[in-house]
Design a protein around this ligand. Structure first.
Ligand code: ZN
Length: 520
């Protein structure tokens, strides 16, 4: 059983410690793809200069080119890297070139022989533009090969990766995940998402990762093959990817492309260097352009690596602070396709809620209706529906507007309005139950005002239409579910409260007694 200890969580992301025979690595981890034929920054430099503790290389390519030497030296000496080494099996080559001349048994034996730390079976990648029938075949064939592993392997100190196939057919991804997770793998991985990422179909990637994660054991680490660009690392981590590899840092540098956390810029388009890494500090783009090609490639690779590793640190800090959602929102605004993926999270908000930690360190920021999918909003409304009932004596419900119920509940203005309302309506204070209507949460009973995070948040105003619609729906849900003799919503005219009241009125046209509106 894999030793994977979770230290901190946020959304589906986790900071963990993964134990391997060559040491323990902290996750989430970005694994640079090493191709010794094209490597401008060596593994040793990755270890020393970048603090890189885990990398990935392709066992199939190594076997084709230098099998004997690597087997003799071992992969750690061959690469001159003292950290953790993961090997891929050649599945990507199958996808790129069709069939390859190696058997599943050979690649298992070879990975053991070269003493890798994390190994991958030779799965059959589904690919992108394929029929469902072919996709089904890749799933079944991968499972059959996976079942063979137990018979073929001879060591027990290597962690084995069980890739999940199915491509864009989500039911197949789920099926593949269910069946692979019954086998004794240490790590699972989503196979062949590269075409999805190259085409920026991040919303589909969200679907694929959820289909896989929800059907695989949560206590096993999850790897995303070919994660690509640092601008989507936060998304991958938030969805529960603990490990992901990328060759982009190297491939992009060969083509004079400069990575940033919001996109890629070609060197010839740069007038300034928007980065303060050791490579860019005190340099300008002209110096880059005037370098000999080789040197420029090395320097660009180093910059690209700094961007990738810095982003991982930012993500980890955001997890610790409980601000990963906010970090995701910043990254999502770097590209429309990422924001599209963020919108897709709404479909999975209940799953995200289930796995998110209960209390965070900081207050929440709400920017737009996309944030309505946040686990804290979902959680509050689930609990209100499932676990809450109003005090027994309460006869009259008064809904009071608020952007922070704790603060509102203590204000003089609130007390005066409430006293005046009681007088106007001729009701006794003891009979009323005060609830606040609070964007974006909906209805917050006064006695819950102190519960985190119902008073610990900031929201952008004016509210967008979807957020007002959401609050109105929660109000309607609440008044329909809970028994009161009268239900009164206090509204200040000419404000957002009136907008929400209008939406409620529209829905309650058929039964006006459900909710009365009182202008204050
Ligand atoms: Zn830089």
């Amino acid at each position: 059983m894999v030793e994977f200890e979770i230290r901190s969580r946020d959304l589906l992301a986790r900071i963990g410690r993964l134990k391997t025979k060559s040491g323990t690595v902290e996750t989430p981890a970005f694994l640079p793809v090493i191709n010794m034929a094209k490597q401008s920054v060596t593994p040793k430099e990755l270890w020393e200069e970048f603090g890189c503790r885990i990398l990935i290389t392709n066992a199939y390519i190594i076997k084709k080119q230098q099998a004997e030497k690597v087997a003799r030296l071992g992969i750690h000496s061959f690469l001159n890297f003292p950290g953790v080494i993961m090997t891929d099996s050649g599945a990507y080559q199958i996808l790129a070139y069709g069939d390859i001349d190696i058997t599943p048994r050979e690649i298992i034996r070879f990975q053991e022989e070269i003493d890798t730390d994390i190994a991958t079976i030779l799965d059959l990648p589904t690919g992108w533009a394929v029929s469902k029938k072919h996709a089904e075949h890749t799933v079944i064939e991968t499972i059959n090969r996976a079942k063979e592993l137990e018979k073929l392997k001879s060591r027990n100190d290597i962690l084995w990766v069980g890739p999940i196939q199915g491509g864009r057919y989500l039911d197949l991804v789920a099926e593949s995940a269910r069946r692979m997770s019954q086998l004794p793998f240490d790590i699972h991985a989503l196979g062949s998402p590269t075409p999805v990422m190259e085409q920026y179909l991040f919303d589909l990637l969200v679907d694929m990762i959820f289909a896989a994660k929800m059907n695989a054991p949560f206590n096993r680490p999850f790897h995303l093959f070919g994660a690509g660009h640092p601008f989507m690392f936060a998304l991958a981590v938030a969805l529960g990817c603990d490990l992901f590899d990328s060759a982009a840092y190297n491939i992009f540098a060969q083509d004079d492309r400069y990575l940033t956390t919001y996109g890629t810029i070609h060197l010839k388009e740069l007038e300034y260097l928007p980065c303060s890494c050791p490579v860019c500090y005190r340099r300008d783009p002209r110096e880059f352009r005037e370098m000999p090609k080789n040197e420029r490639e090395v320097e660009l690779t180093r910059h690209n690596l700094h961007v990738c590793f810095a982003e991982i640190k930012r993500i980890k800090q955001a997890i610790i602070e409980g601000r990963l959602w906010e970090h995701l929102m910043i990254r999502a605004h770097g590209h429309p396709s990422l924001l599209q993926a963020m919108k897709r999270l709404k479909d999975y908000s209940e799953i995200i809620e289930k796995h998110s930690p209960l209390v965070k360190r900081s207050g929440l920021f709400f920017f737009s209706s996309i944030d309505l999918a946040r686990p804290e909003v979902i959680r509050h409304n689930m609990r209100l529906k499932e676990r809450y009932s109003p005090p027994e004596k309460a006869k009259v419900l008064i809904l009071f507007p608020s952007f922070g119920p704790r603060r509102t509940g203590k204000s003089k203005r609130y007390k005066k309005i409430l006293a005046d309302t009681c007088k106007t309506l001729r009701i006794d204070k003891n009979q009323i139950h005060v609830c606040f209507y609070v964007p974006p949460f909906g209805v917050v009973p006064k006695e819950l005002s102190d519960v985190y995070p119902l008073s610990q948040f900031e929201i952008t105003r004016p509210l967008d239409v979807e957020t007002m619609e959401y609050v109105a729906q929660r109000i309607m849900e609440y008044v329909k579910t809970n028994r009161y003799e009268r239900r009164i919503m206090l509204v200040e005219s000419g404000t957002w409260q009136e907008e929400i009241a209008k939406i409620c009125m529209k829905y309650f046209r058929e039964d006006k007694r459900l909710l009365e509106f009182l202008t204050v």
